[in-house]
Design a protein around this ligand. Structure first.
Ligand code: SF4
Length: 93
């Protein structure tokens, strides 16, 4: 990984473990995101979104989804109209 990828990877680990993933789960997910970013895949995770608070989506109307998100959904690659990236985990908005 280059310097930027390492910075983003570490930010993701912090965010993902703070949310409740184990270190191993967070590490595996962050690895998948490195591959995703390199491939130019435009799908995102709720875990990367600034609107996620615990298992609650603060932008559920724009996202056209329920307020409460199942744990599995939060770690699912998806395209969401309500997504806004967090600068510490992705750099994209
Ligand atoms: S806006 Fe979309 S990506 Fe963001 S937390 Fe809500 S459902 Fe997830």
């Amino acid at each position: 990984m280059n310097t930027d990828e390492i910075r983003v990877f570490q930010g993701r680990l912090v965010r993902f473990t703070a949310w409740g993933l184990s270190h191993e789960e967070a590490n595996q997910l962050a690895d998948k995101l490195v591959a995703r970013d390199r491939e130019g895949d435009d799908r995102r995770l709720c875990l990367e979104c600034d609107h996620l608070r615990g298992t609650f989506c603060r932008n559920y109307r724009e996202a056209d989804i329920g307020e409460y998100l199942p744990r599995d959904f939060v770690t699912l690659f998806q395209r969401c109209a309500g997504f806004t990236g967090t600068s510490n985990t992705s750099g994209f908005k």
